[in-house]
Design a protein around this ligand. Structure first.
Ligand SMILES: CC(C)(COP(=O)(O)OP(=O)(O)OC[C@H]1O[C@@H](n2cnc3c(N)ncnc32)[C@H](O)[C@@H]1OP(=O)(O)O)[C@@H](O)C(=O)NCCC(=O)NCCSC(=O)C[C@H](O)C(=O)O
Ligand SMILES: [Mg+2]
Length: 355
C-alpha cells in the first residue's frame, strides 16, 4: 500500500503533478468517433461544437486491419481541431492491455498529441493493477514528451472481475477520472444470456401471484444493470470521481435508450456514451436537470440560506439533507447553463455571457 503522502507525487521525473481535484467539466455525453472512418472524422470539427466530449475509439468496433489507421486518424483529428478552445473534451479509448496495439497506442498518441488529450479510456479493467500500469506508463510518456497537464484515466467496468474490484479501481490513482459501464463485454464475461448492447430484456421480470380467476398475471420488467450501476456510482462518488452509463446499441429505439439513460442519471451518473448522432440530443436532454426541479431546488436554497434547520415548502419538509440534494441539482444546472443558453434561460440562471 502506497504511503498517503506519496499518492500525489508524479510517477516519473519531469511528469506533471497529478490533479488534487478533478477539473469541473460538463460531460453529458462521451461521443464515440471511429477515427479510421474518413467520412465520420471529417465531421469532427462540427461535432466538437455539439458534444461535451469527443472520443476517438481505437478498441472494439475497429477492425484488426484498421487499428493503425484508427490511431493515425485519431492523431490527425486531435491536431485538426482546437477542442480546448471549443470547451470540448478530447478522449481516446485505447486497445486492451493484453492486446498487441496498446503500447504503440499510448506511445504514439502521448508523444504526438499528449498536450491536447484530456482522458485515456482503458477497456476491460480487472483491478487496480491495470490502472497502476497505465498510470506509470503515462507518467513516463508525459515526461518524455514534455506534457504539462496530467492525462486522466477512465476505466470501463466490463468484466466480472472488474466489478468485484470496483472500489479498489476507483481509488487506484489520482489520475482516475471516472468509470463507465460496458454492458456488452460485461454480459459476456458474466455469462448473461443476452445479445443486446445495454438496456433491458423482456424476459428479465417479476410476475404477480396467480389470480384466483386464472386471469393473466401482471408482470414488470426489471433493470438488468441496476446492481452494477449502483456499485459503480457508490465506488465513484466515494472517491470523488464520475460514473457514466456506457453504450446503448439499438439506435432505432430512442425511447428505450432515453429510459436507460434516465435511470442512470437519477442513480447518480454524469453522462453516457453516444455512438450515433441520433443519441446526442437524447443525452443532452436527459443529463441536464428538469427546469421544474431546478426551480424547486432554488427555492430550497433560498428558504435555507445557511443550509441548516427545517422548513416546509409546498407541504414537503426540507432540512440540511434536502439542501444538499438541492445543491447537487443547482450546481449541475449552473454547469449546463454556462454552456447552453436555452437551458440557462429556462433555469433562470446566468448563461455563458452572464445573461
Ligand atoms: C455503427 C455505425 C458504423 C453506423 O454508421 P452508419 O452505418 O454510417 O449509420 P447511419 O447511416 O445511420 O449514419 C448517419 C450519418 O451519421 C454519420 N455517423 C454515424 N455514426 C457517427 C458517429 N459515431 N459520429 C459522427 N457521425 C456518425 C454517418 O457517417 C452518416 O453520415 P451521412 O452519410 O453524412 O449522413 C457508426 O454509427 C459507428 O461507427 N458508431 C460508433 C460505434 C462504436 O464506437 N462502437 C464501440 C462502442 S460500444 C462498445 O465498444 C461496447 C462496450 O465496450 C461494451 O462492452 O459494452
Ligand atoms: Mg467493451
Amino acid at each position: 500500500m502506497k504511503l498517503p503522502r506519496r499518492f500525489f507525487q508524479p510517477l516519473a521525473t519531469g511528469a506533471p503533478a497529478p490533479f488534487r481535484e478533478l477539473p469541473v467539466r460538463l460531460e453529458r455525453m462521451i461521443h464515440f468517433v471511429p477515427p479510421h472512418n474518413d467520412k465520420v472524422r471529417a465531421r469532427v470539427p462540427e461535432l466538437a461544437t455539439q458534444v461535451d466530449v469527443v472520443l476517438g475509439n481505437l478498441e472494439d468496433a475497429v477492425p484488426a486491419d484498421q487499428k493503425l489507421a484508427a490511431r493515425k486518424g485519431f492523431i490527425a483529428m486531435a491536431r485538426a481541431t482546437d477542442f480546448a478552445a471549443a470547451g470540448t473534451g478530447l478522449w481516446t479509448r485505447i486497445n486492451a492491455l493484453n492486446s498487441p496495439w496498446i503500447l504503440d497506442d499510448l506511445f504514439e498518441i502521448v508523444t504526438e498529441v499528449g498536450d491536447r488529450l484530456d482522458v485515456v479510456m482503458v477497456p476491460k479493467v480487472e483491478g487496480p493493477w491495470d490502472i497502476h500500469y497505465v498510470d506509470q506508463l503515462l507518467a513516463q510518456l508525459e515526461a518524455r514528451a514534455g506534457v504539462t497537464k496530467p492525462i486522466l484515466v477512465h476505466a470501463i467496468l466490463e468484466t466480472a472481475e472488474g466489478v468485484a474490484n470496483v472500489d479498489a479501481i476507483a481509488c487506484a490513482s489520482p489520475r482516475m477520472h471516472g468509470m463507465s459501464l460496458g454492458p456488452a463485454d460485461l454480459a459476456a464475461s458474466r455469462g448473461m444470456k443476452t445479445t443486446r448492447v445495454g438496456g433491458g430484456h423482456p424476459d428479465y421480470r417479476v410476475i404477480a401471484d396467480p389470480s384466483p380467476d386464472g386471469g393473466p398475471r401482471a408482470h414488470a420488467q426489471q433493470d438488468l444493470w441496476h446492481y452494477t450501476i449502483a456499485r459503480m456510482v457508490d465506488a465513484c462518488q466515494a472517491n470523488g470521481i464520475k460514473a457514466f452509463y456506457g453504450p446503448f446499441g439499438d439506435f432505432s429505439d430512442a425511447a428505450a435508450c432515453e429510459a436507460q439513460f434516465r435511470n442512470a442519471f437519477l442513480m447518480g451518473c454524469a453522462g453516457a456514451w453516444t455512438l450515433h448522432p441520433s443519441q446526442v440530443a437524447l443525452a443532452k436532454s436527459v443529463f441536464a436537470p428538469d427546469p421544474a426541479e431546478v426551480a424547486f431546488a432554488l427555492r430550497i436554497l433560498e428558504a435555507m440560506p445557511d443550509g441548516t434547520g427545517a422548513v416546509m415548502l409546498d407541504g414537503k419538509m426540507q432540512d440540511d439533507a434536502t439542501w444538499k440534494q438541492a445543491s447537487v441539482i443547482v450546481n449541475l444546472a449552473r454547469l449546463v447553463a454556462a454552456k447552453d443558453p436555452d437551458l440557462a434561460r429556462s433555469y433562470g440562471l446566468p448563461g455563458a455571457a452572464g445573461g
